[in-house]
Design a protein around this ligand. Structure first.
Ligand code: BJW
Ligand code: ZN
Length: 259
């Protein structure tokens, strides 16, 4: 089905020379990566994603939380980028070939933007393939998980220990209550302040400080376009709303931009 981009939005996309895409879990949903608001199954059915993504959960049940990340890492490694990621990459290449730029700021811990061929300015919440010691912070490199992420593991597996201090290795992601990497927040704030178009794609807008970033655009009169099949906490900030899955809307947007 062809997605129609309203004339006003198509015109913004055509004129834009400095685009920022702020992406969330929804952009990877069509690749088969569950979002955070979906009900979980198997080993994790008693928990919401929000319960597991905390330092307290890791301290209380390290094996359960670690195994959840290893399973999600396997799943992410096994799935391909979708037409939404590919459209962003195409648009980025096109703009940089014509003296413009498109910068991607993502809350996602997957690497699907990169595997689609896009450069990512900031991973605000870290990366699922990076691990470090939970005590001394030393980076740890773990072998990729052996399973493909489809089957859930039968039992939780103890996290490995740091070779330097013996503490538990943890995923290199940002949990609730933890600070975001300062350099990625700074880069995101600067990029949004410099943009002439901001696209907010596939995020519920419930998690801060990422959800506050579009306010910077609002305050500077920079147009904000939301791409999401559902209404979100950020809908009221958007100048334009494109209701639909990003795998359909973004290819149409990128085509409109390059028309
Ligand atoms: C589609 C689609 C399709 C579906 N196409 N779209 C200000 C006010 C209130 C609270 C706070 C505040 N400032 C800070 C806080 C506390 C807290 C917070 O925000 N809490 C809220 C829940 C209320 N924030 C923090 O703790 C942050 N740290 C911090 O602020 O440090 C300073 C501080 C410290 C101590 C005290 C106070 C301040 C850290 C936040 C870290 C978030 N980490 C996670 C987990 C990462 C690791 C992991 O993956 O396991 O990041 S939580 C989770 O949510 C993950 C995501 O990146 C993040 C955002 O989720 P996202 O991307 O929006 O996904 P969903 O699932 O929510 O939504 C999916 C969307 O897709 C939906 O809208 C669908 O409709 C849409 N969709 N199909 C397009 N095909
Ligand atoms: Zn250590």
């Amino acid at each position: 089905m062809d997605t129609e981009i309203p004339d006003g939005v198509a015109e913004l996309a055509r004129r834009a020379r400095d685009v920022v895409v702020l992406s969330g879990a929804g952009i990877s949903a069509e690749s088969g990566v569950p979002t955070f608001r979906e009900v979980q199954t198997g080993l994790w059915e008693r928990f919401s994603a929000q319960d597991l993504a905390t330092p307290e959960a890791y301290r209380r049940e390290p094996a359960l939380v670690f195994t959840w990340y290893r399973w999600r890492e396997a799943l992410i490694r096994a799935v391909p980028p979708n037409p939404g990621h590919l459209a962003i990459a195409r648009w980025q290449h096109r703009l940089s070939g014509h003296g413009g730029r498109l910068r991607v700021v993502t809350q996602n811990i997957d690497d699907l933007h990169e595997r689609a061929g896009a450069e990512v300015l900031a991973h605000l919440h870290g990366s699922i393939t990076g691990y470090r010691c939970s005590a001394c912070g030393r980076p740890a490199s773990l072998e990729p998980p052996v399973h493909d992420g489809v089957e859930q593991p039968p039992a939780p597996e103890e996290p490995p220990r740091c070779q330097q201090c013996g503490s538990r290795i943890r995923p290199g992601v940002v949990w609730f209550g933890e600070m975001l990497p300062e350099e990625s927040v700074d880069a995101a704030v600067t990029a949004i302040g410099e943009a002439d178009l901001v696209l907010v794609v596939g995020t519920s807008g419930m998690v801060h400080p990422a959800a506050s970033l579009p306010v910077i655009a609002l305050e500077r009169g920079i147009p904000v376009v939301e791409v999401n099949p559902e209404e979100t906490e950020l809908t009221h900030l958007a100048d334009h709303v494109l209701r639909g899955p990003s795998g359909e809307v973004l290819p149409a947007m990128a085509e409109a931009a390059c028309a």
